[in-house]
Write a protein that binds this ligand. Sequence first.
Ligand SMILES: NC(=O)c1ccc[n+]([C@@H]2O[C@H](COP(=O)([O-])OP(=O)(O)OC[C@H]3O[C@@H](n4cnc5c(N)ncnc54)[C@H](OP(=O)(O)O)[C@@H]3O)[C@@H](O)[C@H]2O)c1
Length: 284
Amino acid sequence: MNTDPKGRPDMPLALVTGGGGISLAAARRLGRSHRIVLASDSASKNAARLATLLEDGVDAVAAECDMTDPVSVAALKKFVAVHGPLRTLVHVAALSPTMGDWRDLFAVNLVGSALVEQACLELATEGSAAVFVASSAGYLAAPPVPEVVAVLDDPMAPDFLARLDAVVESEERTSLHAYRLSKFALRRMCRFRATAWGVKGARIVSMSPGSIATPMGTRELTGPNREVKLDLMRKLPIQRVGTMAETADAIEFLVSDRASYITGTDLLVDGGLVAGTRPDLSLT
Ligand SMILES: NC(=O)c1ccc[n+]([C@@H]2O[C@H](COP(=O)([O-])OP(=O)(O)OC[C@H]3O[C@@H](n4cnc5c(N)ncnc54)[C@H](OP(=O)(O)O)[C@@H]3O)[C@@H](O)[C@H]2O)c1
């Protein structure tokens, strides 16, 4: 008899990366049906995050991982493997435009995501599902020229950042552009990797939130890109910001068996932001 209400060895395991609003909302929601490994780079903040999950009755452990560091991601993979077969991955960790420069954003949002994808594919089994949190911002940059796309499609190349710098003019290397391009490339990565996940009977999708009321969302609304954001939000068909519960709803569905025929695609959870601003955009 298990008398510990928080010990749920019967439940499948989910890895949730990041420790911000969207990650914690996802961890709390998936915690109803999964054991949770919550991984992000800040060990000092992780203790408090873990405490809130445990208080909610979630069977959770925290792990420290710098997603940009292959050694750190390999250690996370080992840690997850010890806790059980990986049923679910929700990769949320990322930097927003005000949180770093051109290189930082690509290192975390794209190279880090690719490292996590590779590690988790090795842990995936029949029925596993992965959601990578992208952004509606990934639809908003002018479509990159083919030579830029070719570089973006190979983030594991050892000289990735140097190759990218060689094909993007220096005045274009802003953090806002890096955010948009990295999320554009992340969406493509999920599409391209669907076959490899399918071979294991597993699924991979991306989910692109619009403006969500999180600390990151608020930071962007008060930072240097405020006018860009406000201008986009004026065109929202659903005239409000989204909530973390609404992103958790989408994530919960996408990883569930109700989404068992959905892979290699992106789900926009953006209040119609892309529809309102780029109605004729082909959603690739
Ligand atoms: N909020 C929005 O309006 C919005 C809109 C569109 C898309 N998104 C996307 O949604 C996701 C999360 O958003 P959020 O608002 O919840 O953001 P957040 O609160 O800033 O969370 C992002 C997390 O990423 C983690 N992180 C950053 N660099 C890392 C690294 N090198 N290794 C490991 N973890 C790292 C941070 O961990 P530590 O705190 O431990 O450092 C942080 O908790 C992001 O992918 C973002 O691009 C958000």
